[in-house]
Design a protein around this ligand. Sequence first.
Ligand code: PEP
Length: 258
Amino acid sequence: MTSSPAPCLLAANWKMNMDHLKTLDFLRQLSLLLPEERVWKAGVEMAIFPPFTSLRTAQVFSNSYRLPISLGAQDVSPHECGAFTGEVSASMLEKLGCRYVLVGHSESRKNHHETREELVGKVKRSISSSMIPVLCVGEKEKGEEDWEEITSQAGEVFCDLEPEEREKVIVSYEPVWAIGSSMTASPDRISRATLALKGKMQEKFGLCPRILYGGSVNEGNIDSLMGLGLGGFLVGHASLNPAEFATIFQRLAEEGSR
Ligand code: PEP
């Protein structure tokens, strides 16, 4: 029996934006902008990654109004529970209905100086709480194309995972220079980077992870980024505007239903 392909994932990384009321307003607008069931069934999964304080709001709204979105957290503690002031555990996120967790976003890597051990711990905790880690990797400089930086970011986490854990990880290719900069990576560059990542993962671990792209994706460039064999997109800035995010979703849904 062949398993059906995973739907394209459109993920919204809201970063430190959208309090409880703004989250409610966004989701209300989204449900009005996308009223047709057909669009939601076209093979694109929408996931919202709000700040921790808005997760419960998004969970209750989407359940009450049957809005078929998935939820994700922007980070997770590598620890199970206990004296870790300010941290949020994987089991707490699981109870809020989270399906995904971002791990190693370039902003967290930079601001929290995350170690390799912590990244591995975050991936493992997410998986043991039945969530899917989205491991972010990306080169800092636009300069010469040298994929060693991104393949080693992925490899140094994958090497400490069990084979069955590796299969659950989604990798998001997010060139740091493209994040929040309006400088999207070109389709050719994305293809070369994702090919290099897949090749290295295949060679070292015998698997080909699902890969997303993130970095200044918006309604004006989404068309040029479709058809690259990506597993989806991680959208920051453009996901804060419900109309723009709905348009990106609709474009992907139209493409998926062709
Ligand atoms: C991100 O932060 O993951 C991101 C992709 O941001 P932006 O779309 O704003 O570049």
